[in-house]
Design a protein around this ligand. Structure first.
Ligand SMILES: Cc1cc2nc3c(=O)[nH]c(=O)nc-3n(C[C@H](O)[C@H](O)[C@H](O)COP(=O)(O)O)c2cc1C
Length: 732
């Protein structure tokens, strides 16, 4: 493992010459970035989300979590909107700080900390759940507890279910139903077959038994051509809205088969059917279209049983469609379906096969009693943090070894790609395949939070700038947006603890744990429960972004006064004096800098944080965005997805993540070296060498975004560069 660590964490070694044999890689399992032992089962290279939930393991007992807000789905793209005015600092920035002169990289083998408790955890990454965070987690109920009403056995026999074979047929059709866009045949659909399918649809449940559906069966080429035209226009509009990394992928996707299918069916909902007093629709008018959607599902399943493929097309402006089809104006269109015989039914959703998205395991979405208490029936509830930590594994020795071997055979002098060879080997070890997948598309997650320590005058910028800059990110006007556009990445903004209120905006994930931390010179920044909740926000963000198809996660952050917090965290985990790791942040003058150093010193004296209790450290002196980045690193590592770290806050968070789960570092790539002295100290301690060194000190994920093309190039070279044998080039 020392060799493996050298391979990843000590990049200055001549790369190819230092290639470790897989046996060497497996030798010392205690370093933070170690290769998986060859004796361990080699799991499928497929990423995490395909796999069932890991068993809960108690690596880090996590506290019950209370979170202020539950979340909305991840929005892929910030919508342009006018950015709010950003306040100016109260004092002019001091002259640019001299570049830090710390050693570029002090190879610093991490302590041989105990590895995460692996008991009961399988190789696969942790189970995940939807983007929203738990609202409340309670202690697991003991066996038999919770049944507060006496339960008498019911008299007589229960109605029978189906015989095994029939039940299996029902479950099979649900498993094997697919949305089909490719491979339709022109064979006509016999009337009796279509009739059976429509009968099944018409048997669907409906609100107040209102049966709000109608089915318009379309066969004419002319109508289908008109509908195809409409869908094509929406497809183009959607493609334009995508980040470049996604748009490339989308170009290859077929999203409708309107012209390839003999029959199209429009399913409508009549919100007025059944009159004014339809039972149940009174309170929830959306129950009418929901009912029609159930008819669609019935239709879809019956069609599958007939060997008919169905493809749902939702690339329409609904009103435009109503007009084009000459439908009565009071109808809603619920579905436009393309139906026909097919060459085959794929085993997996086409979007999953194309790498657009991943299936979420059942264990991510089943909660026991209260939201956030995740448990499958018959299982004990498990908490997200310990489950995530338990599923983090070292780099895969076999893939790592193969990557080094391939580097040697590529048509270039051994080691000539320097650091990039190390990155590509790390990506191979992480993904368990060589050559590793190119980490695209990628998303930068910008976690935003405020800091009570702002009251100590550690920065001239007013606190409301955090809120204002979040609006700027969402409006597309910040540096991170420009860089993200340049490298084709998605920008995702997460309010994990902004003091101000943020209106719901596409691209914003409302996950506020609390509105800003407490002043760490006066008391703890937050409670342990809040620290865990913020970490979980990061884990869930990582999971959501990976399940949505991202192949690289970039950390970003926004929080006025957060370099003070980063300095405090780095001081705790590196042992460096506050004066060595406290920088000038946004550019403060000598007086403010002296105050900032003193604030860090006083906070450390007050709390005496113990680096062996990383969650305690976060609670005492951390920031909500730091905690969320910790979660992002742990989540990314558990999903075997590279995490490109940004600046000093990410460096501080990586120190915390390593203290929680040493192996999490194997997913980390240092995107850049910031001008903050604390960042250099953190990178040295972590043994990570930054890819970009441009004296940036902005945050927002800007350094990580600039590094992304380097990481992608490292992987691409592995795919596209010829080997000496294949190109017929003579070796030296
Ligand atoms: C409400 C709804 C709308 C959909 N719209 C489209 C669409 O416009 N184009 C498309 O290719 N697939 C569409 N789909 C199909 C989904 O992409 C598909 O169900 C999903 O990828 C899972 O694959 P599976 O149905 O094969 O399990 C839609 C599905 C639903 C339920």
């Amino acid at each position: 493992a020392e060799a493996a660590e050298a391979a990843v964490a000590q990049p200055e070694q001549p790369a190819a010459e230092a290639v470790p044999a897989p046996e060497q890689l497996a030798a010392a399992p205690e370093a933070p970035v170690v290769a998986e032992t060859p004796q361990q089962p080699q799991p499928e290279p497929a990423p995490a989300a395909e796999q069932p939930a890991a068993e809960p393991a108690a690596a880090q007992p996590a506290e019950p979590v209370a979170v202020a807000e539950t979340g909305a789905p991840v929005q892929a793209e910030p919508q342009p909107q006018p950015a709010e005015t950003v306040a100016r600092p109260a004092e002019e920035p001091a002259a640019a700080e001299a570049p830090a002169d710390q050693p570029e990289q002090a190879p610093n083998p991490a302590p041989a900390e105990a590895q995460a408790d692996e008991a009961g955890s399988a190789e696969q990454p942790a189970a995940e759940q939807p983007a929203a965070e738990p609202a409340a987690a309670e202690e697991p109920a003991a066996e038999g507890e919770g049944a507060d009403l006496p339960v008498e056995p019911s008299p007589g026999e229960a109605a029978p279910g189906y015989a095994d074979a029939e039940r299996e047929a029902v479950l099979r059709v649900m498993r094997e139903r697919r949305d089909i866009r490719n491979g339709f045949r022109t064979d006509p659909i016999p009337h009796e077959v279509l009739l059976r399918v429509l009968e099944a649809a018409h048997h669907a449940p409906s609100v107040g038994h209102s049966q709000p559906w109608d089915f318009v069966v379309i066969r004419s080429a002319e109508t289908r051509r008109a509908m195809h035209e409409l869908a094509q226009r929406q497809r183009e509009a959607y493609a334009k809205s995508l980040p470049k990394g996604r748009a490339k992928q989308f170009k290859e996707l077929k999203i409708e088969a309107i012209l390839d299918t003999p029959v199209n069916i429009v399913v409508t909902a009549d919100p007025t059917r059944g009159g004014r007093h339809t039972l149940g629709r009174h309170t929830q008018p959306q129950m009418a279209p929901y009912s029609s959607a159930l008819a669609v599902e019935n239709l879809w399943l019956a069609a599958r049983a007939e060997g008919l493929g169905v493809g749902w097309v939702s690339f329409f402006d609904e009103r435009e469609m109503v007009r084009e089809l000459g439908l009565p104006e009071h109808l809603e269109v619920v579905a436009y379906l393309c139906v026909g015989y097919v060459d085959e039914f794929p085993d997996e959703p086409e979007l999953a096969q194309a790498g657009w998205s991943q299936r979420r395991p059942l264990a991510w979405v089943v909660h026991e009693e209260t939201y956030g208490r995740r448990a499958l029936p018959g299982e004990a509830p498990h908490d997200l943090l310990s489950e995530t930590v338990a599923s983090i594994r070292p780099l895969d020795a076999k893939a790592l070894g193969e990557a080094w071997e391939r580097q040697k055979r590529m048509t270039k002098p051994a080691g000539a790609l320097g650091m990039l060879e190390i990155i590509s080997a790390q990506l191979a070890g992480l993904s368990r395949v060589s050559p590793p997948p190119i980490p695209e598309p990628a998303a930068v997650a910008i976690f935003a939070g405020d800091h009570g320590v702002h009251a100590q005058g550690v920065t001239p910028w007013p606190q409301e700038v955090t809120t204002q800059m979040v609006a700027n990110f969402l409006g597309g006007g910040a540096v991170c947006n420009a860089f993200a556009n340049q490298v084709g990445a998605e920008v995702c903004v997460i309010d994990v603890g902004v003091a101000g209120d943020l209106p719901a905006t596409p691209g914003l994930l409302p996950r506020k744990v609390r509105p800003g931390t407490g002043d760490l010179t006066a008391g703890p920044a937050m409670t342990r429960e809040e620290a865990v909740a913020a970490i979980e926000v990061g884990i869930e963000t990582a999971r959501d972004l990976v399940a949505a198809g991202n192949k690289a996660l970039l950390t970003g952050e926004m929080g006025i006064a957060n370099t003070t917090v980063s300095a405090a965290l780095i001081s705790v985990f590196t042992g460096a004096d506050p004066s060595e790791v406290t920088g000038r942040g946004t550019g403060i003058n000598d007086e403010t800098h002296a105050r900032k150093v003193d604030v860090v010193r006083r906070a450390l004296e007050l709390h005496q944080p113990d680096p062996a209790d990383p969650i305690g450290v976060l609670a005492a002196i951390g920031g909500l965005e730091h905690a969320a980045i910790v979660g992002m690193i742990l989540g990314g590592a558990s999903l075997r997805t590279p995490v490109i770290l940004d600046g000093v806050s990410a460096g501080a968070a990586a120190l915390v993540a390593r203290a929680i789960a040493p192996e999490s570092l194997s997913a980390c790539i240092a995107g850049h070296r910031s001008a903050e002295p604390g960042h250099v100290a953190a990178l040295n301690k972590l043994g990570l060498r930054p890819l970009v060194d441009l004296d940036l000190r902005l945050g927002e994920g800007t350094g990580a975004l600039l590094a992304l093309p380097l990481v992608q190039s490292a992987a691409r070279a592995m795919h596209e560069v010829a080997t000496f044998d294949s190109a017929g080039v003579t070796e030296k």
